[in-house]
Ligand binder design. Sequence first.
Ligand code: BGC
Length: 325
Amino acid sequence: MRYFIGIDIGGTNIAVGIVDEHGTLVQKLSVPTRSAQGLDAMLEDMVSACNAVRELAGMKKEEISSVGIGVPGPVTREGVVIRAVNLGTEWSNLNLSAVMSSALGMPVYLANDADCAALGEVISGAGANCNSALMITLGTGIGGGFIVDGHIFSGCTGQGTEPGHFTFLYGGEPCSCGKRGCFERYTSATALIQQTKRAMEQHLDSKMWALVDNDIDAVNGKVPFDAAKMGDETAKAVLEQYVDYMGMGIASMTDTFRPELVIIGGGISNQGDYLMIPLNAAIRKYAFASDVIAPPPAVRATLGNDAGIIGAAMLEVSAEKASKQ
Ligand code: BGC
């Protein structure tokens, strides 16, 4: 049996795991993402986390075939991070595979984090047996991955796709990428938090104030859902708008690409049917000719945060399979 290490660099945590050749996660751990402490601190954390997870699994370095890393930004085929806007400016034009490979003494494969999550979900999650899928992860940013013929569609330059940054609204909200109106500025967890705070400021009678002990900085992506379930009208209106934005953007993508399935991951997807039922209705509302052409179903990712680890770990296997096709 071959084993691989997968690293998923998230805005909040870096998750690291050991995965076998069938895509089963056998050991994992996570450490906080210290992006404010700079690049070197994060590189050190990643190296120690790889060693720690291997030791936890009782495995020697020689038993690991390679390390795969999912990065929250576009990467090149050569293993260079082009930029990762949500991690800081040091993450631009960074040869992460070379740095990590020399620190770990193992081959390192790199891909976009959402592409890794998409691969993980089609290998062992919600998209198992699916030939084509669109995965959207709702986190600090919006990640997106297209799977075609069971593989990541990474485009002619190999850098993957950026569905979080298609222009959703001309001249809209400023985005950390430097553009305006990006899809992630309306539908990421960060955007939901901002929309919630704005609504709270306009509705001082909202139950959401009590949920955060009157501390607006304590608002997270769960607060509007909790308050809406308690019947709070302000929270319900925030979510209605948020899900409508999401349905409109996803319908535009599925009209363009026509995948079999849409898989929704990231922290917000933990809301389950409370999110997925209205989201499917919103996709139908905006999809082209949906009265005669059924849009693909949107389902919740089943691997949670493990999808990114599994997909990253399987990058070597996926590259081997792709080269044989
Ligand atoms: C980045 C993507 C990434 C996503 C989730 C976006 O802002 O541009 O590359 O997949 O955030 O981390």
